[in-house]
Design a protein around this ligand. Structure first.
Ligand SMILES: [Zn+2]
Length: 422
């Protein structure tokens, strides 16, 4: 009896230890993917990247890639600093009311395109709608399902030029003068997570507003404006960081000497974001902007909207405006004959800038990873290095396009093209 009891206890102990060991091993393999082997985007050499607890534990050079990995490239996950919505989900208006579930859906769909960090962008609208949507975003931002993909939000407008052309597709009736009190209230509803404001420096009170943003550590973008050289200089003196989607949010007819382009291009303190979807800028504009600012001061942004990843057609948004998504992927606002954001994810812009400028893959990827990470002080991402978040994208280049094979966010595989979904 006693002997049998001891035997049972011993057996139980062994079984328990075995179960514990198995679950330990099991948890390691389920949380941390096996070492990633691919060609490093920066030098094209094979590497093995190991991951632990959501971070990059080591990056080792290896002699060859294993069979089946030919042509596979690994890069830091893409960081998109201007996402108005995605796959039917709009952060301001468009495809119905914003919900926490909608934010999660947009995030999952963006992951499929290699984006691992993005900044939801709310555009010109009523105080009520902005307050409501910022509250929803603020509440869901740190949800574990998002894996830290949203570091903060971008408010583009409503403090922009009311003039046709410069205003773009932003509704005129909601354009207003910069109002710091209103901004503070909006930021409060967002859980104090607004990390960028894009405004027009010629609006009354804009320069003081920029100073206040700078003091508060909020990135200031100049956009949808018609400021002259003196105003642009003053805005940069006060801390403006970036020209938002340079070359867009600008009237078709401008003065050849006095216009917002020259002062923003000529001041080396100002970064630029550019939309390289093939519709917003001509190749010559992209080439010139890139030659002037270089790979250190240029950010590739998508300005992607809720119409991305939807079939072509006409859409009436909640404002009653008719927008059109063409089969080529252009989002048009026919009433003003302007573009209304894009339908192309960031990966298209990265591939396009290589094609148009002849820049290296390393530089193109850096403009969509390292540069936005630096702008927003996201020290834990934007590069492949030990200790950084394991936000990685594995892709192949095919016919000048980026084909995403696998996306890893915070060490978790969130998209695998072969498995379709995770
Ligand atoms: Zn814009």
């Amino acid at each position: 009896m006693t002997k049998k009891n001891i035997g049972t206890t011993g057996l139980l102990s062994v079984t328990l230890i075995a179960v514990m060991l198995f679950s330990l091993v099991g948890s390691c393999t389920s949380n941390d993917p096996e070492a990633i082997t691919a060609l490093l985007y920066s030098d094209g050499k094979p590497v093995a990247i190991s991951i632990k607890d959501g971070k990059i534990a080591a990056v080792k050079k290896i002699s060859d890639l294993p069979a089946g990995s030919a042509g596979l490239i690994v890069a830091p996950g893409f960081i998109d600093n201007q996402v108005n919505g995605y796959a039917g989900v709009s952060f301001t208006f468009g495809g119905g009311e914003l919900t926490a579930e909608g934010v999660k859906k947009a995030t999952r769909e963006l992951w499929k395109t290699g984006v691992t960090t993005y900044i939801p962008t709310l555009t010109t609208n009523s105080n009520e709608l902005l307050t409501k949507n910022f509250s929803i975003l603020g509440a869901v931002k740190d949800d574990s399902a998002l894996l830290g993909s949203i570091p903060g939000f971008h408010l583009e407008g409503p403090f922009i030029s009311p003039v046709d052309g410069y205003r773009g597709a932003h509704p005129l009736r909601f354009v207003r003068k910069p109002d710091w009190e209103e901004f503070l209230q909006l930021n409060k509803s967002a859980g104090n997570n607004i990390i960028q404001v894009t405004l027009a420096p010629e609006m009354e009170g804009a320069l003081d507003f920029i100073s206040k943003c700078t003091e508060a550590g909020i990135v200031v973008g100049l956009g949808h404006h018609n400021a002259d050289a003196q105003l642009v200089k003053e805005a940069i003196d006060r801390g403006a960081d970036i020209a938002t989607h340079l070359g867009n949010g600008c009237a078709n007819m401008i003065n050849r000497h006095i216009n917002p382009l020259w002062p923003q291009l000529s001041d080396d303190r100002l970064m630029v974001s550019i939309i390289c979807d093939g519709f917003h800028l001509n190749p010559e504009e992209i080439r010139v902007f890139y030659k002037v600012k270089g790979p250190g001061l240029t950010i590739i942004t998508s300005d992607v909207t809720s119409y991305a990843a939807l079939p072509p057609g006409k859409f009436v948004n909640v404002e009653g405006d008719t927008l059109e998504l063409t089969p080529e992927g252009m989002v048009k606002y026919p009433a003003q004959n302007v573009l209304a954001g894009s339908a192309s994810p960031l990966k298209k812009g990265i591939a396009n800038i290589i094609r148009v400028t002849g820049c290296s893959l390393e530089d193109a990827v850096g403009m969509a990873t390292r540069n936005p990470a630096r702008l927003y002080n996201l020290d834990d991402r934007g590069e492949i290095a030990t200790g950084k978040r394991a936000d990685l994208v594995l892709f192949r280049m095919k016919d000048g396009e980026i084909i995403v094979e696998k996306t890893i966010v915070n060490g978790r595989v969130v998209f695998d093209r072969e498995k379709k979904s995770i």
